[in-house]
Design a protein around this ligand. Structure first.
Ligand SMILES: Nc1ncnc2c1ncn2[C@@H]1O[C@H](COP(=O)(O)OP(=O)(O)O)[C@@H](O)[C@H]1O
Ligand SMILES: [Mg+2]
Ligand SMILES: [Zn+2]
Length: 369
């Protein structure tokens, strides 16, 4: 049975939010001083905390146990409990991606006239609000022009450029950002501790790296990892994550990179052939290679001793190898080689011989003066 970690570990207080400091700071100040806006716009990538913070806001403004001059909800009063149990009548969540119609908004506009059932405020969270139909968006705009004093709107969107400017201008806007690898690791470590499972740090870093800035995706990957490994007492290693993600072995990429800087085009092409025959996916291979070369380049530029968050997910031996290669390449060549393989990666899909773009990139890389 999946644990559904991202639901289980949705922050229930502002203090549990990782990152997004600017949003948390401004919002908690507003709540504790009672200076709430009627309309907020949360824009930013998926899994970065928009819905979580919108619900926290709803909880705090209606919490009867909240201490004056503070922002945290008590999580014990009936309003808090109802919101946490998804059964509050004064928190209305609309997913514009599935309810695109004007009807819902009209209902919302008519319904909004009625005071909250139990609480001080009626909070409307409209998710993916850029997907509202034109009519629905216009109806919403009308509502935003004269919101009743009890209403608070939180519009969330992953695509701010698709929002109508007149709606944007009626809202107080917060831009959420992607979470960094260390931020995601921090949350995952907390979860591992609570779940009493052992995952070595490089493995968590590899998960975070593959989460693409979304804590939610990181949590889902951890979820898969845990249900995959079964045994709770066994420590989960980088290798397990690699297997799970179907990542191309670093040793493979590293060996290939050796051929490139030794300018052994023939051997590199043979090697590519070999791994293709063994069933490696060329697209996946290119992706891993580019990621690897990027790390070599960054190591070259920031210096071999610095700790850079991008250089993660390596064992000690892998890292030593990476350093040797960073020292061996000329920076200029690395840049050119990266560009060559980036181009090749794009062409693989459209090439009648999928290997050809990579072979050309190999030959050109090995001919650099
Ligand atoms: N900034 C954050 N701090 C802690 N956990 C987060 C954060 N952002 C996302 N999460 C985790 O990811 C899950 C999904 O987040 P959510 O707020 O629904 O993302 P969004 O609405 O931006 O797509 C949450 O339940 C929580 O576990
Ligand atoms: Mg959301
Ligand atoms: Zn409360």
């Amino acid at each position: 049975m999946p644990l559904v970690l991202y639901r289980k570990y949705r922050p229930q207080t502002f203090s549990e939010i990782v990152g997004q400091e600017h949003v948390v700071q401004t919002l908690t100040n507003a709540i504790s001083s009672g200076m709430i806006s009627h309309a907020y716009l949360f824009s930013g990538p998926r899994g970065s905390g928009k819905t979580t913070i919108a619900r926290l806001l709803a909880k705090s403004v209606n919490c009867s146990g909240r201490k004056e001059g503070t922002a945290e909800p008590c999580n014990k009063c009936s309003s808090c409990l109802e919101i946490m149990g998804n059964r509050s009548l004064d928190l209305i969540e609309i997913d514009a991606a599935s309810h695109r119609g004007i009807d819902e908004i009209r209902e919302l506009r008519d319904g909004i006239k009625f005071a909250p059932v139990k609480s001080k405020h009626k909070v409307f969270i409209i998710d993916e609000s850029h997907q509202l139909t034109k009519e629905a968006a216009n109806a919403l705009l009308k509502t935003l022009e004269e919101p009743p004093s009890h209403a608070i709107f939180v519009l969330a969107t992953t695509e701010i450029h698709k929002m109508i400017p007149t709606i944007i201008s009626r809202c107080q806007r917060f831009d959420f950002r992607k979470l960094t690898v260390p931020e995601i690791v921090k949350k995952l470590e907390m979860i591992c501790e609570k779940e009493e499972v052992k995952v070595e740090k490089p493995a968590l870093e590899l998960i975070a790296l593959n989460a693409g800035g979304s804590i939610r995706d990181g949590e889902s990957l951890l979820d898969q990892t845990l249900s995959f490994s079964g045994e709770k007492s066994k420590e989960i290693k980088v290798e397990d994550i690699k297997d799970l993600l179907g990542l191309v072995e670093i040793e493979v990429i590293s060996k290939f990179t050796d051929f490139i800087y030794q300018k052994k085009a023939g051997e590199a092409i043979d090697f590519l052939n070999e791994i293709t025959e063994k069933g490696s996916d060329l697209q996946q291979f290119s992706k891993s290679l580019i990621n690897y070369l990027r790390q070599v380049l960054i190591l070259k530029i920031v210096g071999l001793e610095t700790k850079n968050p991008i250089i993660t997910g390596f064992t000690k031996e892998d890292l030593e190898k990476l350093k040797t290669q960073a020292a061996a390449f000329k920076e200029e060549d690395l840049r050119k080689i990266l560009n060559l393989f980036l181009e090749a990666e794009n062409k693989i899909r459209y090439s009648s011989i999928p290997q050809l773009p990579l072979e050309l990139a190999i030959i050109e890389s090995c001919q650099l003066a």
